[in-house]
Design a protein around this ligand. Structure first.
Ligand code: NCD
Length: 324
């Protein structure tokens, strides 16, 4: 099933049409997307890069779950490529899976929306939509349950590559609620494709991933072991919205002491290690506020890179549209 989704992403000529998952995106395409994204970065304070590669196209943002960064950056990315952007306000509770989502999709298709950017709390929704849209429509996954968040994975990969492009000799440590994190899944898929030296996933046992979900990664429950000599440390929020029962999850003080990314715990990592977080942050729980605001933090750079990678993905999708 997931393998089919990976194939579904490409058209009959092997060009990227939908972005549903980073599975099936090889190192060459990952590198090209990151290189393209670098081209959209401009100096702080300068006017942002623009092009007209999506002029006349319409991007629809369909967020059935809350979002600040992802939604705003898809919105800006689309506009900076000359597209019209439609931000649909969707009331999560009123939508049921199945027919009603397809009704929304068919309605937008009838208005000639060309790219549907979808965030949803259920597994499989972006692929389901991709299987049901007309040939001219592309679907971009903007966060799918705990399964996948491919553009986040790309922006994380880009931010890590800016720090150090030598993935093969690098240790990346991801700390927090690994079990419920689509960010960890997509980052891990991208890093494995790039041949990451070592990937460590650190969490209390209650938030450790199910067996087999992160092939090739080392699962660790002790932060000193997990951060030892790491080049990159990524903190993750506890995804309370996906946790039915918090039994076994340490209370805030204990969590911060044992799993918080703090100045204290960063002593285990390499002296020049960077600190990442996808946002939204809970300061004082999974990350120390001063560290997040300090010189080792690349959290705002991740946000900037997020617009650039979304421009790169939209531009890539737009290339097949221009040949239709
Ligand atoms: C994340 C998400 O929604 O998956 N945020 C994001 O997209 N930047 C992480 C989170 O919600 O904790």
């Amino acid at each position: 099933m997931e393998q089919d989704d990976a194939k579904l992403q490409f058209d009959e000529n092997g060009n990227l049409r939908h972005l549903l998952s980073l599975k099936g995106i090889d190192a060459i395409l990952l590198t090209e997307l990151l290189d393209d994204a670098e081209g959209y970065l401009t100096a702080p304070g300068a006017l942002p890069a623009r092009s007209q590669s999506l002029a006349g196209r319409t991007v629809g943002n369909l967020f059935f779950e809350p979002s600040t960064r992802t939604r705003a950056s898809f919105d800006l990315a689309g506009r900076r490529l000359g597209a019209d952007v439609l931000n649909l306000d969707v009331n999560t509770s009123s939508r049921k899976k199945g027919e009603s989502i397809l009704d929304t999709i068919y309605t937008l298709e009838a208005m000639q929306v060309d790219v549907m950017v979808v965030r949803d709390a259920s597994d499989g929704v972006p692929a389901y939509i991709a299987r049901n849209v007309k040939d001219h429509v592309s679907v971009l996954n903007a966060g799918e349950s705990d399964v996948s968040h491919p553009t986040q994975g790309l922006l994380d990969l880009m931010t890590i590559r800016q720090h150090n492009p030598d993935f093969k000799n690098m240790t990346v440590a991801i700390v927090g609620d690994i079990q419920h994190s689509r960010v960890a899944r997509s980052a891990s898929e991208a890093l494995q494709t790039m041949g990451i030296g070592e990937l460590r996933l650190i969490s209390p046992p209650a938030l450790a991933p199910d067996a087999g979900r992160f092939p090739g990664a080392r699962i660790v429950d002790n932060i000193a072991d997990g951060l030892k000599d790491a080049d990159v440390v990524m903190a993750l929020r506890i995804q309370r919205e996906r946790i039915g029962n918090l039994d076994g999850v340490p209370g805030i003080d204990e969590y911060f002491a044992n799993y918080g990314v703090s100045y204290e715990n960063m002593k285990f990592a390499k002296p020049d290690a960077i600190v990442m977080h996808p946002g939204p942050m809970n300061r004082g729980i999974e990350i120390e506020g001063a560290l997040a605001d300090g010189p080792r933090s690349v959290i705002t750079r991740q946000v900037t890179n997020g617009v650039a990678v979304r421009m790169a993905v939209l531009d890539r999708i737009g290339r097949i549209m221009s040949t239709q």
